[in-house]
Design a protein around this ligand. Structure first.
Ligand SMILES: [Zn+2]
Length: 419
């Protein structure tokens, strides 16, 4: 058996327990064997020692929603007048992209995330080749979600289901990962698509992610039958047909689409009834702070959702819906955490860091392997320079604009020289 790697740092932040001053972490292969004070570790373990010195060591970040394939679209679409206008611009921009463009775009975003400390990312995939052309990956663990769209008014094409099954099988075979399914949104999917997904055993057992209640336009479409999204879909003969007028959340709940463990992305525009529905559905919510800022969506009801005990994770979404709040403009979950703290000043930095680590892991059903530093979990950790006092530790972590000194994924350090 290989001897363990023993790493000492000025401080270790396990997330699930208090920070450990002068701590040590012991790993073997992909796994964490122990996390404790250096004194305790040194008395118990022998192996390859490494002292990081003035660094704080914490779990790798978990990005619960991203579209890596749009990473070349930073600042291509200026903040739009409304959400519908942005979708229209995206449809136009996507027409000009080749398979190679998508593959390169994907890799740019992937590298940015790894360099800025994300060790697990849930990536929504509409162009499978963009992912598969970049295998094998050396960096963050990717949990792909295959995007499904069926517009009302179009005939249902069963090959959508076959393509989804093929994608899941290929992801399992080439990446060793159980991929998920991302039916895009309530206005781009239909009751028949959801019914067909439910009918196939291989598809119904997957983890699901959906954009839901993202914008005023979506809310107005479903609740009031008006607004720009309504007008546009009507013009194209794609008006969704889910039954009686109700909020997007209530519409999906009534259709039996919501289920435990589902990742609902955005959830910006909610009624008070919606919040109760989300709590009883046992879903996770993924908030994307900088995408929210870009669109100027209604305030994200963080406190109302958190009070119900709903798991709230963080995502970056894509660079196509981000304005530059910090240079460089890049996919970076630290920037999302900073923006979250700036917006919700009554939130503790500890909570925001939990959202960027453990809550993301829970949302992705990785709560037993990722998101905190504990024996038995995967050795995914990052280090940041730190010489300060304990009172400012969490602020320091979130507001540190220096890239991580080390990023270790499944026990392997990834190359950081291109920072
Ligand atoms: Zn998205």
């Amino acid at each position: 058996m290989t001897s363990p790697n023993i790493t000492r740092a000025r401080c270790i932040v396990p997330i699930t327990r208090a920070p450990i001053h002068d701590g040590g972490i012991v790993t073997r292969g992909e796994d964490i064997l122990a996390v404790d004070t250096w004194k305790q570790i040194r008395a118990t373990y022998q192996g390859n020692y490494c002292d990081l010195g003035d660094q704080v060591l914490l779990p790798g970040l978990v990005n619960a929603h991203c579209n890596l394939e749009y990473s070349s679209m930073a600042q291509v679409i200026p903040p739009p007048k409304n959400f519908t206008q942005w979708i229209q611009s995206m449809v136009h921009e996507k027409k000009g992209m080749t398979e190679t463009d998508y593959a390169n775009s994907w890799m740019t975003g992937y590298q940015d995330l790894a360099k800025t400390g994300t060790t697990t990312v849930a990536d929504m995939i509409s162009q499978p080749q963009a992912l598969f052309d970049n295998l094998p990956l050396e960096g963050s663990e990717v949990i792909p979600f295959f995007e499904c769209i069926h517009l009302q008014g179009n005939p249902f094409d069963h090959s959508t289901l076959d393509m989804t099954e093929t994608f899941l099988a290929r992801a399992e075979e080439t990446m060793g990962v159980k991929a998920g399914i991302a039916p895009h949104a309530p206005f781009t999917t239909t009751p028949i698509l959801w019914e067909k997904l439910r009918e196939r055993q291989a598809l119904s057992s997957c983890r699901y992610s959906m954009h839901l209640a993202e914008s005023r336009d979506e809310f107005d479409l479903f609740q009031h039958g008006n607004g720009p999204l309504h007008e546009w879909l009507k013009e194209m003969h794609h008006l969704p047909c889910w039954g009686d007028s109700a909020s997007p959340v209530k519409t999906m709940a009534t259709a039996g689409v919501l289920r435990p463990g589902m990742l609902l992305v955005h959830a910006n525009k909610l009624t008070s009834d919606d919040i109760g529905i989300l709590a009883t559905s046992k879903v996770s919510i993924v908030h994307c702070p900088r995408s929210h800022l870009y669109f100027g969506h209604p305030p994200f009801p963080y406190h109302a959702l958190a009070r119900q005990g709903i798991n709230i994770a963080l995502g970056t979404d894509s660079l196509a819906s981000m304005r530059c709040t910090e240079v460089p403009l890049q996919l970076n979950l630290f920037q999302e955490m900073r923006h979250m703290l700036d917006t919700y000043q009554d939130l503790s930095p500890d909570m925001v860091l939990r959202m960027g680590t453990l809550h993301g892991a829970k949302a992705l059903n990785r709560g037993s392997t990722s998101g905190s530093l504990e024996p038995g979990k995967q050795a995914d950790w990052i280090s940041l320079p730190w010489q300060g006092s304990h009172g400012t530790l969490m602020e320091h972590i979130i507001f540190s604009k220096k890239p991580p000194g080390q990023v270790v994924i499944k026990g392997h350090p990834i190359a950081m020289e291109s920072n």
